[in-house]
Write a protein that binds this ligand. Sequence first.
Ligand code: GDP
Length: 451
Amino acid sequence: MLRHHGIGGIGIIRMSGKNSFEILDKIFRPKNAESIDKIKGYSIKYGNIIDGDKIIDEVLVSYFKEPKSYTTENMCEINSHGGNIIMKKILELCLKNGADLAEPGEFTKRAFLNGRIDLAQAESVIDIINAKTDREANVGIKQLEGYLSEEIKKIKELILNIMTNIEVSIDYPEYDIEEVQETENLDVLEKVKDKLKKLEESFDNGKIIKNGIKTAIIGRPNAGKSSLLNAILKEDRAIVTEYEGTTRDTIEEDVSINGIPLKIIDTAGIRETENEVEKLGIAKSREISKEADLVIAIFDISKPLKKEDFDILEMIKDKKNIIVLNKVDLNQDVLTDNDNEFKKYSNNIIKISALKKTGIENLYNKITEIFNLNQINVDSEIVITNIRHKNLISKAIESVLKSEESIKDKMPIDVVAIFLKDILENLGNITGDVVTEDIINDIFSKFCLGK
Ligand code: GDP
């Protein structure tokens, strides 16, 4: 298995598997030749990659001997010069000499299948690679270190204890220990539920850490939506990337505000044209606010409210929202932030001038206040960022509830055992001990090549 990796000053071609040293031997001529048995793991050798007698590149090769490698297999990494030509050539040489091309994520998949890391840890690798903020990377690193896996293991042990208890009473029905046990088991289940709920709740923050806060800026034509977006995007701290949004004709722009990742739904592609009726704009606003975590509704402070404005207010009232009264620089305030109309719909009302870029800081402070990410301490708390994990935890909680009910209802012990097994199975799916091949393939196919 091998892969070349990225383009830069230096390129890395990784090989993993039983034959990697054999293949390497055919294409690498070290300056100081030594037999592979003599070469220690974690050492580096200098030399040339050769094709027959022809020198292809001057390289450094790192050796990792099983089981002390990323995949636990024999591995080597050829550090060549970067750039497509050389790397492609070395890759081809490896292939010609018996290596196979790696699938995306195959190195990490092997690390998992060979038991060096569990599935949750393997999944964190992709999160670390894709991290867009420090916080996201930190959460990923903690998961790779095994914090989540440890917690899941602890919970599983609690459930296993109950199962052992139950088995005792199946095996020795003559002992009348059920009453005591029932309370004991229910206590443990309560503890399990608390732990799982805590993990489940952490996803509220985890989702934000991973995906950012989906933010929609809505308002009537000419209220100042584009001007506000530009004001936000023009700041140094803002622009990260752009990619296609889920709503047709929109793109999403990643920005980081006071360390809070926002994914602003940019409707530039669906901007109202002169001859388009305002109603259409409202329909679009409705569509994008539906999918947003935060809606910023912007109004022109110099114009009285129209019916469409009330439509917008209705739209935002059940969402996390901020009302922005724009164009304060005109000094023609028809609307005021004390306006009871606004207060009916939002507690967060601020005044700005998108054109003069004043008051934008207040908007940022409001966002920070609403999504108090500063309160999440990613160093001391386990944060779930992966929707697959969150769904499995929710399912486990359901099974905990069913187990509790079945005990309270004095159901036969084998029925209780079924629900307890469900808990274990859902949790086992997170760490990968009972996971199906389809799920594994699905997870690793999302990895980038070379990892
Ligand atoms: P959109 O249709 O909601 O995207 O509104 P735009 O951002 O395109 O703004 C419409 C018009 O209002 C433009 O001519 C802007 O220059 C102007 N405008 C936007 N914000 C302000 C502001 O804060 N003050 C003033 N005076 N004009 C503004």
